[in-house]
Design a protein around this ligand. Structure first.
Ligand code: BG6
Ligand code: GLC
Ligand code: GLC
Length: 898
């Protein structure tokens, strides 16, 4: 009966029991019950009901939010420290580690072996450990002394266990204090907690201090791989047996909890995919007054007499270092009030620290708790009566129940967060070092819909630190190998300058020579950019990527903003791209017919501009012989033919008419549509499936210098740079393979180093190779990864925007952009020299999926161009409506000239 009353938290229930007992019991029983209720009344503030616990839980949740947010973190009491531990163990960890466990009531040195052939899941772990006492003067001495003691203990341990001092040993470090960790192997101590108050370490990297001490001690070679909080290490240890384990709780001399949080909620760490373990440092809850209304006079006294008054308020209500003291203060006060021991008080009872947590635990033991209580009180020179023993035992129970109830409230807050994050009922395992059963009971009451399992951590947190180190070691070696592979793609400054110089020479050669040249420099027969006087309705057709677009544009004089656009997109199936020319153009005519029907304009014979994004030899605006297919096209019987004629024929076959007045390259179309908005725009770049540039060249510089013009837009077809081998020295084996496996091997080499169609392939090959080497995706090669062409440009952009673990592949993308910048530097410098200027101010119109979707494309492009062409101020202007509108503008220009 007694036990039942003790554990029942509701005073209502007690009340009922009291009345029924009163009617049944003898006098001595009545006295016992009287004492019991007296204690209850005296400590009513410590007896928290579920409503109060829910309230505390809600307050802690709000504090957690505050700690996670970058804006409020500095002012937050609960620090929510990122740990850089991103996953629980996967069972492949192996190796042999030395470990240090500092910060609990015992300082330990350990050797932990995870056997190579078994992996830890199968139980192949051997632990040897030794506890080294820390003398009091060291606990309150200087930082160097503490770490000298630690490293000398380590040396002693190695000697005792015959561990070879000449070999380099990986070392794991459990350090159970709040630390700010920029990386896994750094930890800046924020504050001492518990009974440590070592001088000169606050704000310092403790890993570095340890490293220095090991150096001072000498005779050891250590690589400190990871520093972890005890909560994290505990979670990791249990994570091996239970994959769902996402929380670690320590209720030892201090108290704290860690859990796996979504990375996008952890403001202090970049990146937003995946998870990271956060050490809440919940011990500091209440340091800003959050718990004031729950704090008793005894809590205040414990705090005032501690080494860190005002700090770790929650910890002081909960953890082992303080429970005994709380009990002592209550007993002392009650005795002084004459409510215990007939008002007698001894010196021992007045002395701090004479009741310990071990005493509290003994007084709570199921068997013989009253006997233990009597012994403890007698050891304090008290002569307790039976009632005194019952009362003191009850005090101790209330103090310790408050402790577990507060932990349960904290846990309920963490579990609620995890549940919200996972948007489902979470199965969570929490690990703790004290009272799992009690916690389970209360947590279940506070959060009935949450499935949580409590595990008592057996091998402590040291093993977990070794596991974190094992993961760190594996990841570090992987990262090294991945970096080596990716670095082979990087280009030096000298190489970039060489690319610029080669592009520059090729532009010149393409203009001058009559014979074939790698960069073709094709005249477009477009002599000027639009001036705003264009007007009327035009049809624009646009073929060049995977889609064919038809659109109707209505220009109004002087009203650049009001050009009306109607458009429709038609996907081009692969069999049409790579079938016969007749089939391709029939398909285009069919799409045009459909569009005109859709617009109700089939019989109006609109003037049309045709954007055709392949290299064409033009002799006039509306004649264009296809020189060669590029990108994914290879329809037969087109190369060497006039594509304007082919389209006209196909339209005729479909019995309608169209006045095709101009054929333009997509770069030229883009230049026109951007210049329509910004007259400074004299260059256009396409960074999409393909890669190309056009610009306004001065008359007299081009092969058509004899023609009567002062300027002409030249389609460079710069993608051909390197087709004569000039870029071989910067191509990696992957680049060469991608070229060899393309539909035009040996052609468009520069394009294959700068455009989306090939970038995707390079990324896929690199990922595939890294996976085959076991360095990515746990070595699992998926069917998708084996499929050429699987990486569309839009997915590549996502690699950069969500900084996930493919982040390192971003180097590849950067190399592509930087090469584009080197080419662009050659073009703008040429324009500057054409005009005999010291400085050139110029705008480049840009279009293409790679440019538009990639978050850093414009910035990197701009930086590279600026660095390689320092005399040019280049502004990049994204094209709004694409090159189609440009083609319509050219049609308008042509009509105007007619
Ligand atoms: C142990 C861990 O199991 O628990 C320590 O190995 C941790 O790292 C300790 O600090 C917590 O308990 P206490 O009572 O030693 O602080
Ligand atoms: C203290 C420390 C914390 C540690 C806990 C348990 O609260 O600040 O880092 O986890 O004690 O040892
Ligand atoms: C290819 C084509 C070129 C086009 C570019 C961008 O390089 O040869 O004409 O401008 O792709 O689409």
């Amino acid at each position: 009966m007694q036990t039942h009353i003790q554990k029942g938290p509701h005073s209502q229930l007690l009340h009922q029991l009291r009345s029924s007992l009163l009617s049944l019991c003898s006098d001595s029983h009545l006295i016992c019950i009287y004492n019991f209720f007296q204690v209850d009344r005296f400590l009513h503030k410590m007896r928290l009901n579920d409503e109060q616990l829910n309230d505390i839980s809600a307050r802690f949740q709000a504090e957690m939010k505050k700690g996670l947010s970058a804006e409020s973190n500095a002012a937050a009491a609960v620090k929510m420290l990122p740990t850089h531990v991103r996953s629980t163990p996967d069972g492949t960890e192996k190796g042999q580690f030395l470990a240090l466990d500092l910060g609990g009531s015992k300082f330990k040195v350990l050797q932990i072996k995870v056997r190579e052939d078994q992996g830890i899941r199968k139980g192949g772990v051997e632990i040897e450990e030794k506890t080294y006492p820390i003398p009091n003067e060291v606990l309150n001495g200087r930082g160097t002394e503490l770490f000298d003691h630690v490293s000398e203990s380590l040396k002693d341990f190695m000697h005792e266990k015959n561990i070879n001092p000449k070999k380099k040993h990986p070392l794991a470090f459990t350090f159970s204090f709040p630390c700010e960790q920029p990386t896994l192997d750094q930890g800046f101590l924020l504050e001492w907690t518990k009974d440590f108050s070592v001088r000169g370490l606050q704000g310092k990297d403790v890993v570095d201090s340890l490293r220095q001490a090991i150096k001072r001690t000498g005779g050891m070679d250590m690589e400190i791989l990871a520093m972890v909080n005890d909560t994290v290490a505990t979670m990791m240890t249990c994570g091996f047996d239970d994959k769902n384990c996402e929380v670690g709780v320590i209720i030892g001399s201090g108290t704290n909890a860690c859990y796996m949080e979504q990375l996008n909620h952890v403001d202090l760490v970049e990146g937003d995919e995946g998870q990271m373990c956060v050490s809440t440092e919940w011990g500091a809850l209440g340091d800003d007054g959050t718990l004031d209304d729950y704090i008793t006079e005894f809590d205040r006294e414990v705090d005032a007499c501690s080494i860190n008054p005002g700090k770790q308020i929650f910890e002081k209500m909960v953890s082992g270092m303080y429970l005994g003291e709380l009990v002592r203060l209550v007993v002392l006060k009650m005795a002084k009030l004459g409510l215990l021991f007939d008002g007698r008080v001894t010196n021992a009872l007045r002395t701090k620290g004479t009741i310990t947590t071990a005493h509290v635990a003994a007084m709570e033991e199921y068997k013989n708790c009253l006997g233990h209580t009597r012994e403890i009180l007698e050891s304090l020179n008290l002569s307790p009566s039976a009632d005194d023993c019952i009362a003191v035992q009850h005090i101790s129970t209330i103090v310790s129940f408050r402790s577990s109830n507060l932990v349960a409230a904290g846990l309920a807050a963490i579990l609620t967060r995890i549940q919200k994050n996972q948007k489902a009922t979470a199965f969570v395992t929490a690990v703790c070092v004290r009272y799992p059963k009690r916690l389970h009971k209360v947590v279940r009451r506070l959060l009935p819909e949450c499935h949580v399992r409590f595990v008592l951590s057996e091998s402590g947190s040291s093993k977990g630190a070794a596991l974190v180190s094992a993961v760190a070691q594996r990841l570090a070696s992987r990262k090294r190998q991945v970096d080596e592979t990716l670095n082979s793609f990087k280009l030096s400054w000298e190489q970039l300058q060489l690319v610029k110089a080669r592009m520059r020479a090729a532009l010149q050669a393409g203009l001058k020579t009559d014979g074939p040249s790698e960069v073709k420099m094709l005249p477009s027969f477009v002599y000027r950019t639009p001036d705003g006087s264009e007007h009327g309705k035009y049809l624009a057709l646009d073929l060049g990527g995977t889609n064919f677009r038809a659109m109707l544009v209505n220009f109004k004089k002087g009203l650049q903003q009001n050009t009306k656009l109607y458009h429709k997109i038609y996907k081009i199936p692969l069999e049409i791209m790579q079938g016969t020319g007749e089939e391709l153009f029939d398909y285009l005519a069919q799409c045009v017919g459909d569009f005109l029907d859709y617009m109700g304009m089939k019989n109006t014979r609109l003037p049309a501009g045709f954007t055709f994004s392949f290299p064409c030899e033009q002799t006039a605006l509306d004649t264009a012989t296809l020189l060669s297919w590029t990108k994914g096209f290879k329809a037969t019987n087109c190369e060497g033919h006039d594509v304007v004629d082919m389209l006209r024929e196909a339209i005729k076959r479909r019995d309608f008419d169209l006045d095709i007045v101009a054929l333009v390259n997509d770069t030229v179309g883009t230049l026109m549509s951007c210049a329509y908005e910004d007259p400074q725009c004299q260059v256009a770049l396409i960074a999409g499936t393909g890669s190309n540039v056009c610009y306004m060249e001065e008359g007299g510089n081009g092969q058509h210098s004899d023609a009567d013009f002062s300027k002409m837009c030249i389609n460079t077809e710069w993608g051909g740079l390197g087709d004569d081998g000039t870029l071989d020295d910067i191509m990696t084996s992957d680049d060469t393979e991608v070229d060899q496996n393309s539909i035009n091997p040996g052609k468009q080499r520069f394009e294959k180093l700068t455009s989306g169609m090939y970038l995707g392939e390079i990324v896929r090959r690199v990922l595939l190779n890294l996976t085959i080497r076991g360095l990515l995706f746990k070595g699992y090669v998926s069917e998708a990864l084996k499929t050429p062409g699987i990486f569309e440009t839009k997915y590549l952009s996502q690699i950069e925007s969500g900084s996930n673990r493919l982040f390192s592949v971003a180097i590849l993308i950067k190399v592509f952009i930087v090469l584009c910048g080197a080419g662009m530097a050659a073009v703008v410098d040429k324009i500057r020299e054409n005009r005999g200027l010291d400085r050139l101010n110029i705008t480049v119109g840009v279009d293409g999926t790679l440019y538009k979707l990639h978050p850093h494309f414009s910035r990197i492009l701009q930086e590279t161009t600026r660095a390689l062409a320092p005399q040019c101020d280049v502004t990049f202007l994204p094209s709004e409506e694409g090159s189609g509108k440009g083609a319509a503008l050219i049609a308008a220009l042509a009509k105007h000239m007619q």
